[in-house]
Design a protein around this ligand. Structure first.
Ligand SMILES: O=P(O)(O)OC[C@H]1O[C@H](O[C@H]2O[C@H](CO)[C@@H](O)[C@H](O)[C@H]2O)[C@H](O)[C@@H](O)[C@@H]1O
Length: 282
């Protein structure tokens, strides 16, 4: 195995005695990109690998996603993991939650944003808006590249027209969707800071523009950042060509640290009912 392989490096750190925190993006990293969000289902073998790694005595596993917290938690289906949804604004670890106050501020203006976006969405059939706590994804995957460029321009203009009556927005293109949140809202970097754990070797893997802050946060901790595919943030320390290669590394890591026991193991049952313990300052 080459020395720059992320799974080999993570296994070596764990074997050397360091706690290991593995944080992964969901869409495009743990699952292949699909035509619609509902079709991006986690393969059972990937779930087994995550469950096996999370059961190790000095390891924690988290999924940090642009999806809503409920959606990512349900799709992954492992109560023992750490989760962040809404691009880092809504964080869940064990029985505890942290919520960015910007989430509620955004929700108070979300209807106005949806109204503003209704005109470009009507003009470009195939586009649609996914409403999530604290943010929106304006999807345009079904459009050809020139139509997508036209749609993005119109959607950005529609949002910009709200400017005098609306707090500043953060609008960025993430895997064929415009992600819209309040400027200054928590990002995946904030989620990394809350989920990483003290003294752990932190590994983060992601594939898109909304992973930039997580990559910066993990690099700042001296951790291991893995870019999945060509659109991964430029600052990653290691790269894999695509989602298949990333999952192959995940299986190698699980096999190396957990042995054959990870395949077909029953998943931990039980439902954790989270309670809110912290609403951070903006
Ligand atoms: O941060 P992530 O976990 O990567 O989530 C980013 C967005 O993922 C979803 O949309 C993207 O994946 C869909 C399924 O593969 C695809 O159909 C869509 O075109 C992509 O934009 C999700 O729907 C969004 O809420 C997430 O922000």
């Amino acid at each position: 195995m080459p020395a720059h392989d992320w799974a080999t490096a993570a296994a070596a750190g764990y074997r050397a005695g360091r706690p290991l925190t593995l944080l992964f993006d969901y869409d495009g990293t743990l699952t292949p990109i699909a035509a619609l969000p509902a079709l991006a289902v986690l393969p059972p073998a990937t779930r087994d690998a995550l469950a096996g790694l999370a059961a190790l005595p000095r390891a924690a596993v988290g999924v940090v996603s642009g999806r809503s917290l409920d959606s990512v938690r349900e799709l992954v289906g492992l109560p023992g993991l750490r989760y962040a949804g809404s691009g880092g604004m809504h964080i869940s670890f064990g029985a505890e939650e942290a919520i960015d106050p910007a989430l509620a501020e955004f929700d108070a203006i979300a209807d106005a944003l949806l109204t503003a976006l209704s005109s470009p969405v009507k003009s470009f059939p195939g586009t649609w808006v996914e409403r999530k706590p604290g943010c929106l994804s304006v999807h345009y995957r079904q459009l050809t590249p020139p139509r997508a460029a036209g749609f993005v321009e119109e959607a950005r203009e529609a949002l910009a027209e709200l400017a005098p009556d609306c707090p500043p927005l953060r609008v960025r293109a993430v895997t064929q969707a415009l992600e819209v949140a309040l400027a200054g809202a928590w990002t995946k970097g904030d989620a990394v800071d809350r989920l990483a754990g003290v003294d752990a070797l932190v590994v983060f893997a992601g594939d898109g523009a909304n992973d930039e802050e997580a990559v910066a946060a993990v690099n700042a901790r001296g951790g291991l950042t893995v870019g999945v595919g060509p659109e991964a943030p430029a600052a990653v320390r290691l790269r894999v060509a695509d989602q298949n290669e990333f999952v192959a590394g995940l299986h190698r890591l699980a096999a190396s640290l957990c042995g054959a026991a990870v395949v077909g193991r029953p998943h931990p049952g039980g439902v954790v009912t989270p309670r809110v313990i912290h609403q951070g300052a903006r």
